[in-house]
Ligand binder design. Structure first.
Ligand SMILES: [Zn+2]
Length: 191
């Protein structure tokens, strides 16, 4: 059971904002001051992931380094498939497909956020990594308030997304309307 604040998170909304989903390109994300060896000399390398997207492929490639016991650096390269749905008023909504296999069964969940908890090697969905939902909403003035709020909304989104498929003949279902509202609310709490 991991805590969402001890995990690196990769949000599809960030990739979309940086423009690499449609056009392709390379993006480096660095988790500044992150708990993973942020005091170390090579903290930037340990805390970064390089994301590559080719224009005509429905996947991204991730490259990053994890630090094992005895300070051994391990280089990880993996691919994460992407999928998208058509929004009612045009445009696409993108998702990661969780690349993890748990107990021999591929997860394949469609998710908006992937996590890499402390001590794990691969990014995966909240469910596979057993990321717990925060139960406590801090006072608004608390510095962690936005993180908790965003995490709670993401939890609701994940629950709705599981099992949700394409729109039925273009009709906006109640679920999709709720989902749109949650995505809008989430945008109020940027990373
Ligand atoms: Zn998963």
């Amino acid at each position: 059971m991991a805590n969402s604040f001890q995990s690196k998170r990769l949000a599809i909304s960030h990739l979309r904002k940086m423009g690499i989903l449609r056009k392709g390109g390379t993006l480096t994300i660095t988790w500044e001051g992150f708990v993973f060896g942020s005091y170390a000399r090579d903290a930037d390398i340990r805390n970064s992931v390089v994301i590559q997207k080719k224009p005509n492929e429905d996947c991204i490639e991730l490259g990053y380094i994890i630090v094992e016991q005895d300070d051994v650096h391990k280089r990880i390269h993996c691919r994460v498939r992407l999928t998208r749905t058509t929004k009612q008023w045009g445009g696409f909504r993108y998702y990661f497909i969780c690349p993890l296999t748990v107990n021999g069964a591929p997860c394949l969940r469609r998710v908006a956020v992937l996590y890499l908890p402390l001590g794990e090697e691969l990014f995966g969905c909240r469910n596979c990594h057993e990321i717990k939902y925060p139960t406590q909403v801090f006072n608004k003035r608390h510095s962690g308030y936005d993180n908790v709020k965003r995490s709670l909304i993401e939890g609701k989104i994940d629950k709705l997304e599981i099992g949700l498929r394409e729109y039925y003949g273009g009709i906006k279902t109640k679920r999709n309307a709720r989902l749109d509202a949650l995505y809008k609310e989430k945008d109020k709490y940027p990373i």
